[in-house]
Design a protein around this ligand. Structure first.
Ligand SMILES: Cc1cc2nc3c(=O)[nH]c(=O)nc-3n(C[C@H](O)[C@H](O)[C@H](O)COP(=O)(O)OP(=O)(O)OC[C@H]3O[C@@H](n4cnc5c(N)ncnc54)[C@H](O)[C@@H]3O)c2cc1C
Length: 401
């Protein structure tokens, strides 16, 4: 058994041992607050078991292993439906960036340990009404205020902001230079005076995304994590930090075997749907496509094991998997007739086709909209010319609003 296989077996054994307390079945029927509380307890247990911060330095409470072990653990963990969603962004991007770019190491260590144990949560305050795909278009501004800064503006779609203690934020500090050059990167205390979080209700019934307003929020200069005007590079480092993460060829929706079960249970023209040629063809197409995506993931893992960097083909994964999940969920709803329209606000999008279909559009936007991923594939895999960028080199305050 290779070291990686041994690690996988050890992780699986531990996950199985706590699945009854924290896994899918234990979470059924819990509201968000109860589920979050369970999630915090799960993170503490994961920390104590030595599976927290797998590829982070041991001096910071991590395990000092490689990115491969991290992907292996995350992939195994995903299968058990543990309550980890609240901490995904926090531990995925903001906290690693804090470790890398914040100079006050005692402060960093305290935050890292609390985040790893689920005691504190960080959000990522990048997107704004005028700056999503084009992050450099953002308008939230930070102005010099004595020996610190004064922050004003609005962010949007901030996941879990209502439960967060801290966030990382990019703000415009100089509107007179081209858009990428006038940005600065800070951490912000989400409980500071002037910070207001307003949850947004999504079609699926949950409110995990928020609008966040900043009204004269005071930032100390020690909260700055980039050179003044050098925030875009740190923002890119934030987005690049996890080049290859655990992926799910089911597009984070129900797996194909659940569709096969459904097709056995429901009827088309008086016969089990599984006997219908069009349904069989969809099963075969999805099986082939998901097997293809799994091969891409396996190849990326092998490249990492060989010390190489996986390439941009990872962008294919989310694009194809979430689009196909949306279509398959639609077919599953159709096959159920009226029953397919029944809405259960507590249903899991990994088990329930209606919940999966309702949530799929957000999956096609978050973490890079389909069109942006198509651009990445066009430019970086197919080598096509870059998109037209009419505001390149133009001072931000001269770009028509
Ligand atoms: C569930 C969810 C959670 C999120 N969580 C967070 C979070 O925690 N923190 C955070 O900062 N953000 C978060 N976001 C925001 C997310 O990153 C943005 O929604 C995303 O970057 C798209 O930006 P936008 O919504 O402004 O759309 P826009 O950028 O305005 O795009 C609108 C449409 O135009 C297309 N488009 C835009 N530019 C181009 C182009 N150059 N070429 C081709 N097509 C283009 C897009 O693909 C899209 O279809 C979240 C979003 C969702 C849905």
């Amino acid at each position: 058994m290779s070291d990686y296989e041994a690690f996988r077996a050890r992780a699986r054994t531990w996950l199985q041992s706590v699945a009854g307390e924290f896994g899918r079945e234990a979470r059924r029927g819990l509201d968000v607050e109860q589920d979050l509380a369970l999630g915090r307890r799960y993170l503490a247990a994961r920390f104590d078991a030595g599976f927290a911060g797998i590829n982070w330095p041991t001096g910071m409470g991590g395990q000092g292993l490689t990115h491969i072990e991290k992907v292996i653990f995350d992939t195994e963990e995903m299968g058990f439906g543990m309550p980890t969603a609240y901490f995904g962004i926090s531990l995925g991007m903001p906290v690693p960036i804090l470790m890398r770019f914040c100079e006050d190491k005692a402060f960093v260590k305290e935050r890292v340990l609390k985040a790893l144990r689920g005691e504190e949560i960080w959000c990522q305050l990048f997107s704004e009404p005028a700056g999503g795909s084009d992050l450099a278009g953002l308008r939230t501004r930070a102005e010099v205020d004595g020996n610190g800064w004064k922050l004003n503006g609005q962010k949007v779609w901030t996941s879990w902001a209502q439960y967060c203690d801290y966030g990382v934020i990019v703000a415009r500090t100089d509107p007179t230079v081209p858009k990428h050059k006038g940005l600065t990167y800070y951490w912000v205390d989400m409980k500071a005076p002037g910070v207001e979080v307003r949850p947004i209700k999504l079609a699926g019934g949950d409110s995990h995304v928020n609008e966040v307003f900043f009204d004269d929020v005071r930032l100390e200069d020690s909260q700055r994590m980039s050179p003044v005007g050098g925030g875009f590079a740190v923002a890119m480092a934030t987005l690049m930090i996890e080049r290859y993460v655990a992926t799910d060829s089911g597009g984070f929706g129900p797996h194909l075997d659940l569709f096969v079960d459904l097709a056995r249970d429901v009827e088309v023209n008086g016969r089990p749907a599984i006997e219908d040629g069009r349904v069989r063809s969809q099963i075969a197409r999805n099986h082939a496509m998901r097997a293809g995506l799994e091969s891409i993931t396996t190849r990326a893992m092998l490249m990492m094991q060989a010390g190489m960097e996986p390439g941009p083909e990872g962008s294919l994964n989310k694009l194809v998997a979430v689009r196909s999940r949306q279509k398959l969920s639609e077919l599953a709803i159709d096959l159920q007739g009226n029953a397919g329209l029944a809405f259960d606000p507590h249903a899991s999008q990994k088990e329930n086709w209606t919940a999966s279909w309702l949530n799929a559009p957000t999956g096609r936007i978050a973490g890079g909209a389909d069109e942006m991923l198509l651009n990445t594939i066009a430019e970086r895999i197919l080598g096509l010319p870059q998109d037209h960028r009419p505001d390149k080199g133009v001072p931000f305050n001269q770009i028509p609003a």
